[in-house]
Every structure is written in structure tokens, then in C-alpha cells.
Ligand binder design. Structure first.
Ligand code: CA
Length: 232
């Protein structure tokens, strides 16, 4: 069972989702506006949020931005627009997955399971710290330090770093990052990766022009190197 928050202004959709999820044993909270969604989020601390992008007060992207400022809770956006731009924008803004209307409630339930499975690390997950030069990554505690100083990363930034750090010196393609971090082998969304990589770079204290750990290979992808180990 999961604690699910549904933020959706369409009463019929909200009721149908609530019924199906409740029948499956989930605890469901609902909100019909972005602002009430935020306040229920703070009160209920749900395991996952279903967020409609078309809300009457604040649009879903605005809600997603506010929500991501305070929470790492997994978010599945519900969109009537199945154009690439809305989907990419939602994923860039921190959504974990999306469904486009019209959808069956069963499909949404299946996606909730999938997203929760991914966000809850399994007990057999390798939890040894990864140490690359001064960079130390704790996969279990999801903490990163450089030379002992903590680096605060978003969930996606951390996931990208973990994928790259588990393959030091190997070029990882943007497509591979999309597949592993977003579980979206999604054509044409390379920009999603670029945006998150540039944020990650900034937090690691480097730039694409003056890289230390993250080296872009033009047209291919990116690789993480140990800057203290000489030229690979
Ligand atoms: Ca709506």
C-alpha cells in the first residue's frame, strides 16, 4: 500500500482514480487545486503524487516547482497535452513519469507501482561508498561530498552522478542516462539530460569549459574521471 496524493481538478477523473487506488489498498488524499495540493502534501507527506498539469489556480508546472523546492516525493504528472514539449518540461522540472489523458485508472496504478519500485532501493543494492579522488558518494544515504564538504544534489542530479560514478572513465551516452535515470528511452529529450548535467556541474564546482570530474564527449555523452589520476 502507498499513500497517494491526487491533485486534479476534474472531479470524475479524481473520483475514478481514488476508487481504483483505494480498492487496491492505497491510502488516497485528494486536492482540486494547486494550492490545496501543496497544503495536503505538507500535512500528509504522501509516498507519491499524481499531479494534473492543467489546474485552475496555478498550473501544474508551478506546483511541481514549489513541490520540488520542499520535497523529493515521486511525482507522476497527468497531462492532456501529449506533445513532447510539455512532457520534457515536466521531466526537466522533476517529474518521475507521466500519463496522458485519456487513460485507464489501472494503467495509472501500474505506473505508481513502477515509480515506487524505482524510488525505493532494494535491500540487495550495493551500498558501499564510491570514492573517486576527493569525490565521495554514499549510495545508501544519498550523500555526496567533495574534499569532505557536502554537496546538496537533487534526486535526478544524484542519480546521474551515481550512474556515471559507477562507470568511472567510461563514456555514458545521454540515451543511457535517460534510460537509467528517467527510465525513459525517450527520443529527442537529450536536453533533459543537458539541463540536469549543467546543474550537476555547477554544484560540483566546475563548468563544461573547465571540467574536473565531468567530461563531455561531443556528440556521444559524458564520462566521469578522477581529476587527480592524470589524463585518462
Ligand atoms: Ca485539469
Amino acid at each position: 500500500m502507498a499513500r497517494v496524493l491526487i491533485v486534479e481538478d476534474d472531479f470524475a477523473i479524481r473520483a475514478a482514480l481514488k476508487r481504483v487506488l483505494t480498492e487496491r489498498g492505497d491510502a488516497v488524499a485528494v486536492a482540486g487545486t494547486g494550492m490545496s495540493g501543496m497544503s495536503v502534501l505538507m500535512q500528509e507527506q504522501p509516498d507519491i503524487v499524481l499531479l494534473d498539469l492543467g489546474l485552475p489556480d496555478i498550473d501544474g508546472f508551478g506546483v511541481l516547482g514549489m513541490l520540488r523546492a520542499v520535497s523529493d516525493v515521486p511525482v507522476i504528472v497527468i497531462t492532456a497535452q501529449d506533445d513532447d514539449r510539455s512532457i520534457v518540461r515536466a521531466l526537466d522540472a522533476g517529474a518521475d513519469d507521466y500519463v496522458t489523458k485519456p487513460f485507464g485508472a489501472d494503467q495509472v496504478a501500474a505506473r505508481i507501482r513502477a515509480v515506487l519500485r524505482r524510488s525505493r532501493p532494494g535491500p540487495d543494492e550495493d551500498d558501499a561508498d564510491l570514492v573517486i579522488g576527493e569525490l565521495v558518494i554514499d549510495p545508501r544515504g544519498r550523500e555526496v561530498t567533495i574534499a569532505g564538504t557536502e554537496v546538496s544534489l537533487s534526486r535526478k542530479e544524484f542519480d546521474i552522478l551515481l550512474v556515471l560514478a559507477s562507470r568511472v572513465g567510461v563514456v555514458v551516452t545521454k540515451r543511457e542516462l535517460l534510460a537509467e535515470v528517467w527510465q525513459q528511452p525517450y527520443g529527442g529529450a537529450d536536453r533533459t539530460v543537458d539541463v540536469h548535467l549543467s546543474w550537476l556541474r555547477r554544484k560540483l564546482g566546475e563548468t563544461a569549459a573547465r571540467p574536473r570530474y565531468l567530461h563531455s564527449v561531443r556528440g556521444v555523452g559524458v564520462r566521469l574521471v578522477n581529476p587527480g589520476a592524470g589524463t585518462p
